[in-house]
Unconditional design. Sequence first.
Length: 201
Amino acid sequence: MKNLKINLFFIILLFALSCKQDDYTPLPKSYLRIDFPLKSFTPHIGDCPFSFEIPNYSIVVNKFKHLPPCYKTVYFPDFKAEILYSYHKIDTSVFSLIEQIRSNVDAHNFRARGVNENAWIDNENKVYGNTFEITGDVACNYIFYLTDSNNHFFSGELLFLTKPNYDSLQPVLEFIQSDIKHLIETFRWEDSSIIQKQESL
């Protein structure tokens, strides 16, 4: 009877050891692979006093009909993303317009991981500005402005039409950021007579 109890004890112990779970290590988050299109660009010359190049997988649309005619959207349908841009003729001081852009950047600070600011200087074409790359789960990850310091002021911001998730959006964000940099590099001010046309509307 004693031997039976001992054998039963070892059977239970063996069963308990065999049921012990292995240490569990959670796998890192993974995201779907994205096949990006080949980049090629086409000039965008509308009825506003500026021009630039956009990629062939984007279109310029007049999304907000109630806004002035030079407030438009560069839409990326494959990525559910858009660049909202606007144009102002400088009436008083360019610094007030710049401060408004910086205020827009600061509005994201409470959720941002950081802000990378870079200056753009194109003396040949009189295009100067700053870009702001905002990292983290924010509504807008990229803001920029361009000006000639005297007459023209152009600004834009990149938005995704999805819930902010910086880690999953980062590949697409970097892809479109290169398009924005190309937009800035190809940006030109156009004939000043177009400005007068806009003022008469």
